[in-house]
Design a protein around this ligand. Structure first.
Ligand code: GTP
Ligand code: MG
Length: 200
């Protein structure tokens, strides 16, 4: 799929403020600093579209971007940032949980996992939350440019193993690098397929 246009639409602090056009949307979620905003910029080939930072906790709201005038990418704040207060963690949980539980236009959630590290409990728990609530999801391993392929595969296989303890069937898995662009075509094709299946 070609991306002809990608435009910021709105930042919302509540799912009720999100666009009510009914167009399908794809959410990007994962631990703080995992590379959600960078991946969105890589997919849209627009480095300044979603705000990124070397420090975790950059994205604070639900951000909608419209793609080709037909579907949305949604950038969300990350979870698991140790230095946020309990209050703001609570607010994050409410904002994102409400979004995932109520957003009818949400057709797929990409859960981003850092390919540099072994399986983390917080990621597995978040996946369970989505799974239990029937939110459709895929997994995207990020930052594969940071280490050799052997290390990446070791972490991915360990993650799959950990998931198998709870999940009967594994979701679709993607490997990406926002630096090299690896994984871009496959991810966009996947989104395209879902969009086409909706329009039938
Ligand atoms: P929050 O909004 O704080 O939750 O973070 P985020 O998940 O949106 O992460 P962001 O895209 O801001 O990236 C965090 C840091 O990781 C930045 O310094 C990025 O340059 C870096 N980064 C993201 N993706 C990649 C990647 O694929 N490869 C490399 N080498 N660095 C990456
Ligand atoms: Mg971000």
């Amino acid at each position: 799929m070609e991306i002809k246009s990608a435009t910021f639409v709105i930042s919302s602090s509540n799912y009720k403020q999100c666009p009510d056009t009914g167009l399908p949307e794809y959410a990007f979620i994962g631990r703080s600093n995992v590379g959600k905003s960078s991946l969105i910029n890589m997919l849209t080939r627009n480095k300044g579209l979603a705000k990124t930072s070397v420090r975790p906790g950059k994205t604070q709201l639900i951000n909608h971007f419209i793609i080709n005038g037909k579907w949305y990418i949604v950038d969300l704040p990350g979870y698991g940032y140790a230095r946020t207060s309990k209050t703001s963690r609570g607010l994050w949980q409410k904002m994102t949980a409400d979004y995932f539980l109520n957003r009818e236009q949400l057709v797929n959630t990409f859960v981003l996992i850092d390919s540099r590290i072994p399986p983390q409990r917080i990621d597995l728990e978040f996946l369970s939350f989505l799974g239990v609530n029937g939110v459709p999801l895929s997994i995207v391993f990020t930052k594969i440019d940071k280490q050799n392929q052997r290390e990446t595969m070791k972490n991915i296989n360990a993650f799959k193993q950990a998931m198998k303890e709870e999940w009967e069937q594994l979701p679709e898995l993607f490997l990406t690098s926002s630096v090299t662009g690896y994984g871009r075509d496959r991810l966009l094709d996947y989104i395209n397929e879902i969009n086409n299946s909706i329009n039938k």
